[in-house]
Design a protein around this ligand. Structure first.
Ligand SMILES: C/C=C(\C)C(=O)SCCNC(=O)CCNC(=O)[C@H](O)C(C)(C)COP(=O)(O)OP(=O)(O)OC[C@H]1O[C@@H](n2cnc3c(N)ncnc32)[C@H](O)[C@@H]1OP(=O)(O)O
Length: 725
């Protein structure tokens, strides 16, 4: 795990624990033993520590926080090993490449010098997995780079690249990519330099005079950006100890606060989410194929059909990954509008310093435009992103089938429509797949890849690998109405509207949702995306009903015996399309304005509506609002598993965290259900189903019922689900 060798008077410690050199107990012990050996070896004058493979050290082994720890051969803890390094009279040089994160940066700060390659990244990302840098990071970092930057890095968990780390004083020098050679050369040059001033724990905290202001700014930022998370608050509290207490006493506080966090349910949920996100690309269709049995096709060029918000966002996601894109529209005007959108967004990134003008120019140089499918004969992959209309999509897929080479993969960005029906318009259904992006597509990390009945494993492998390449978290799901995310969402939006019919007001429902940690309420989001979108889809459904001989009554509260709320249609008929018209479920100062205000007109509309339908309005408690919005959503997740539409609970959680703003610190709806207790969820579902028998989303899932009896942790029942499929 840690190799020791000597080259002349330089001892070289190589950490070797693939894939990221995480600090397991054996790595920690190995470092301690090798440093002891070097300290005692009279031929050694200086020590270099570096990492084998792609990274220096990416931090402690996250498995160790909740799982079983290996027993340690040496008694020293990681903070003690780091103190032991710092106390060494022989200089120690950390030679960093790849990443030095968490405990990796803490080990580097226990060294007397840090050098790094230009592309190396450093950071204290512990906060993102619900804990804090518990090996001295909260105390050494403010001494090394100042209180302000340390508060920023530790409370956000963001990584920074070597040039910025150099500016902040976190590293001493940027060197060439031959990191070991550079490390040895640097070490030889510092052999005789005094170590006074190089032991970070002995230094004063920089910026201490501005502490009060810096700490209150950090807390304010956490309240705004990381609402509901406990780790950032405790991280700031730990860093703040660095200006109140001597180093050793502050280290005791760090250990105390670490214990609070490491045993918290938020930390466990965040660590579960960390591993779930890394599991998602490793798809598996039980009994058919999996990521390690099938090779993806190499996508060298792509096309996007439709230059609206979605199409341009997808094109940018591809361009950002250096994949040349042909953007296709039906007329010049739409095409020019789309290109302008892309240009403007890149110009914005240049203004914000996220891209240089040259980089933006290069990315745009890979964008081609066309009004004809004839230009798509050589592309490897096409993503259709036109509005939700089956007839239109089938027409497009038939044309693509004719225009594209036989090996090209044809993808639809549909968020709800039947992939098999779309594929039936082609002679290559094995190459057709859903790639459901989320708005804004260049930013949102989720990619819901929908396999049809005939989609080949190679096509699944291809879009999964493409997803990773463009920086997404790709999840494979099966084909059903609205797939996984929107299918579960449907229960939540329906129930939110039923609550309005029975007595709640939009802001009351939204505040319960936001108090739980979802950044935006159900009605706020409906106003943001536009009520007319759903209205158009519903009108198509009513037309279909009428065609099948069933008259649709615009005031009907039931469709095919299922409870339904026509409230959304009523608002649209009044021109209340949401933010864009300055009124929807809320009122806005003007069309396009962002801040929602409670609208007395909506309150009256709801009261009249309830009266007209003989519904007695009542005060609905936050607890009832919570259960009615979230329990059917969770229950639908179990139905999705039951139907084999998702094969793992982790995939559902990843979808909800990355596509719908579900608070990561609760692990996602499936993990959270386990926290509440599956038996409690099941009993509550039964209770509401009795009260609302005309809403099938209250019918408890059979899988939920079976699992509720067993009381197993999610990792175990997740395996049971897979074995059923
Ligand atoms: C007290 C607390 C202390 C002292 C800590 O140090 S807490 C840990 C702090 N460190 C982190 O949080 C780093 C987490 N890791 C990452 O950010 C990234 O993995 C990476 C930037 C290091 C590499 O990113 P990438 O190249 O995209 O690779 P993956 O993220 O897919 O990771 C590859 C596999 O490595 C596993 N991994 C990564 N980090 C750890 C870790 N700290 N402990 C255990 N395992 C880790 C990850 O799960 C992937 O595993 P597989 O999916 O391939 O099985």
């Amino acid at each position: 795990m840690v190799d020791y060798r000597r080259e002349g008077n330089v001892a070289i410690l190589t950490v070797n624990n693939p894939p990221v050199n995480a600090i397991s107990t054996r790595v920690k012990d190995g470092i301690y033993e090798c440093i002891s050996r070097a300290k005692n070896d009279t031929k050694v004058s200086v020590i270099v520590i570096h990492g084998h493979g792609k990274h220096f050290i990416a931090g402690a082994d996250i498995h160790g926080f909740s799982g079983q720890r290996e027993s340690s051969k040496v008694v020293a803890t990681l903070p003690e090993v780091i103190a032991f390094m710092e106390a060494s009279n022989k200089p120690i040089v950390a030679a960093i490449h790849g990443t030095a994160l968490g405990g990796g940066l803490e080990i580097a700060m226990g060294c007397h010098y840090r050098i790094a390659t230009k592309s190396a990244r450093v950071g204290q990302p512990e906060v993102l997995i619900g804990i804090l840098p518990g090996a001295g990071g909260t105390q050494r970092l403010p001494r090394l780079c100042g209180l302000g930057p340390a508060l920023d890095l530790i409370s956000t968990g963001r990584h920074i690249k070597a040039p910025q780390a150099l500016k902040l004083g976190i590293i001493d020098k940027i060197v060439s990519d031959d990191i070991l050679k550079e490390g040895i050369a640097f070490a030889k040059a510092v052999i005789d330099k005094p170590l006074n001033g190089r032991r970070i724990s002995t230094l004063p905290v920089k910026d201490a005079e501005n502490a009060e202001q810096l700490i209150s700014a950090a807390n304010a930022s956490v309240r705004k950006r990381q609402r509901g998370m406990m780790a950032p608050i405790w991280n700031i509290k730990a860093v703040a100890e660095s200006i109140k207490l001597p180093f050793d006493e502050a280290m005791e506080k760090e250990a105390e606060y670490f214990t609070v966090l490491v045993t918290s349910s938020q930390a466990r949920a965040l660590q579960y989410a960390f591993f779930s996100e890394r599991l998602a690309p490793k798809w598996e269709v039980p009994g058919v194929a999996s990521y390690n049995t099938v090779k993806p096709m190499n996508i060298k060029t792509a096309a996007v059909i439709g230059a609206g918000t979605m199409g341009t966002g997808i094109a940018m996601a591809l361009l950002n990954a250096r994949i040349p894109v042909t953007l296709v529209e039906q007329n010049k005007q739409f095409l020019e509008k789309g290109v302008k959108m892309i240009q403007d967004l890149y110009a914005g990134s240049v203004r914000l310093g996220k891209l240089t003008a040259d980089q933006a120019k290069y990315l745009l140089s890979n964008l081609k435009t066309s009004l004809s499918y004839d230009d798509l004969s050589t592309v490897d992959c096409v993503i259709e992103a036109v509005y939700e209309n089956m007839a239109l999509k089938k027409e497009i897929f038939a044309k693509l089938d004719n225009a594209c080479k036989p090996s090209a993969v044809l993808c639809s960005n549909t968020s709800s429509l039947d992939i098999d029906e779309i594929a039936s318009a082609t002679k290559r259904p094995d190459k057709v797949i859903g790639t459901h992006f989320f708005v804004p597509a260049y930013y949102m990390r989720l990619l819901e890849n929908v396999r049809g009945k005939l989609t080949s494993p190679e096509t699944i492998a291809t879009v999964q690998s493409l997803g990773v390449r463009i920086g997404k978290i790709p999840v494979v799901v099966g084909n059903c109405d609205s797939f996984v995310g929107n299918r579960m969402l449907g229960t939540y939006t329906s129930e939110a509207q039923f609550l309005l019919e029975e007595g709640a007001l939009p802001h009351e429902v939204d505040s319960v949702i936001k108090d739980f940690g979802i950044p935006i309420g159900a009605f706020e989001v409906s106003d943001l995306s536009g009520l007319d979108i759903g209205w158009r889809i519903r009108k198509e459904r009513y037309e279909k009903l009428e065609k099948s001989g069933k008259k649709h009554d615009p005031n009907a509260r039931f469709i095919n015996g299922e409870r339904f709320s026509p409230l959304g249609d009523t608002l649209c008929e009044k021109g209340r399309f949401g933010r864009k018209t300055g009124m929807g479920w809320y009122r806005y100062e003007k069309p396009g304005a962002k801040e929602p205000f409670i609208d007395a007109e909506i309150t009256t509309l709801l009261e009249d509506y309830s009266k007209k339908h003989n519904i007695t309005r009542r005060k609905i408690s936050p607890q009832e609002i919570f259960e009615r919005c979230f329990y059917p959503l969770i229950n639908e997740g179990f139905k999705v598993l039951e139907d084999g539409i998702a094969t793992r609970p982790e995939d559902i959680d990843v979808i909800w965290i990355n596509g719908y703003g579900w608070p990561k610190y609760t692990g996602g709806p499936m993990y959270y259900a386990n926290q509440i207790g599956l038996d409690k969820i099941y009993d509550t579902m039964c209770y509401y189903y009795e009260q609302h028998p005309t809403s099938s989303h209250w019918r408890p899932s059979a899988l939920l019922r079976d699992l509720a009896k067993q009381q197993l942790p999610i990792s175990q029942w997740g395996k049971q689900v897979a074995s059923r499929l």
